[in-house]
Design a protein around this ligand. Structure first.
Ligand code: GLN
Length: 305
């Protein structure tokens, strides 16, 4: 039997040597204030067990991990329809890149780069009367924690520094691929990125995907098995921007990163894991987080491959 606690305790200690090698995101000023020495690993199993090492109870800004939640919500409502407006191919480009959009006539490569996530959030705004509340309700229900909230300081800071995301949204609007008011869209998008969750919350919330579409806290089916599989496929191709190939190569799990330094990943039918270390590598992914996940799948001797 795998001794998860011993494994994550050991990995956490050994991974502290990566501290100082990356850089905390500073293009959103409120994110730059985080203590770079935080480090946490949380593992949740579908059999109900969970394991924690390090800073797993401290909420942090989930940033682009939120793209998985909004994609789940929109997929649950409109299914395949979404793929008319956003692709599902790796972009090979940074998360906030503008360059592909012109060639591809306003259809973003995938839902996990910012352009694609903006299209998903735009659809979500059309589907829900109160989108910000709906996102929060969804996330709370997935995590089984009603105390999850937006970090309004991060949301404001992000809104004040959203020129590039505004540019992406207006550009796509010129192709007819954004349907709602761009100001409103950016407000909702900045809020979803500013949701504060702990590693424990995040690994709990990804159990829905590990359980192939069922929210384990309520037993409710959120996605069909096929939708859940497809989300995992897109995550494993596109969840780490232009480092997605390397993540698949080294870790071998579907997952998603955020510039707050969090990463969520899961193994279908088995477990979800979340790690947090705020210092990022040059791709905008948690530097120690990727090392930790590589060690984890090596030590438990399982991945999706
Ligand atoms: N809020 C960030 C942005 O849009 C999210 C990016 C990320 O986590 N990669 O720039």
């Amino acid at each position: 039997m795998v001794d998860y606690q011993a494994i994550i305790d050991r990995i956490l200690e050994e991974s502290r040597r990566y501290l100082g090698q990356g850089r905390v995101a500073d293009y959103i000023p409120a994110l730059a204030e985080v203590d770079p020495h935080h480090m946490g690993i949380s593992v949740s199993l579908l059999d109900g067990r969970s394991f924690a090492a390090g800073d797993t109870d401290i909420p942090f800004s989930i940033q682009s991990i939120s793209k998985v939640f909004t994609l789940s919500m929109v997929t649950a409502k409109i299914g395949e329809e979404l793929w008319k407006s956003v692709g599902r191919e790796p972009s090979g480009n940074p998360f906030n890149s503008l360059v592909q959009l012109e060639h591809e006539r306003g259809i973003p490569r995938n839902p996990f780069i910012n352009a694609g996530a903006l299209v998903v959030t735009d659809r979500l705004i059309s589907l829900y009367h109160r989108p910000k509340e709906a996102i929060l309700d969804f996330v709370r229900s997935m995590a089984g924690n009603n105390d999850i909230y937006y970090d309004s300081r991060v949301a404001v800071s992000e809104r004040e520094n959203a020129d590039r995301n505004m540019a992406l949204a207006y550009f796509m609007k010129s192709f007819g691929n954004i349907r709602n008011d761009v100001e409103m869209l950016i407000d909702v998008y900045c809020h979803q990125c500013a949701i504060a969750m702990s590693c424990g919350d995040i690994s709990q919330s990804f159990l829905m995907l590990a359980d192939r579409g069922i929210n384990p806290h309520t037993g409710t089916r959120i996605l069909t098995e096929s939708q859940s599989k497809r989300l995992g496929a897109v995550m494993s191709m596109c969840g780490f921007y232009d480092e997605s190939g390397d993540f698949a190569y080294r870790v071998g799990l579907p997952g998603k990163s955020g510039v707050g330094g969090g990463i969520a990943a899961y193994m279908p039918g088995k477990l979800a894991i979340s790690v947090w270390s705020p210092e990022l590598n040059s791709y905008g992914n948690s530097l120690a987080g990727i090392e930790i996940l590589e060690r984890f799948t090596t030590d438990i001797r399982r991945s999706i491959f």
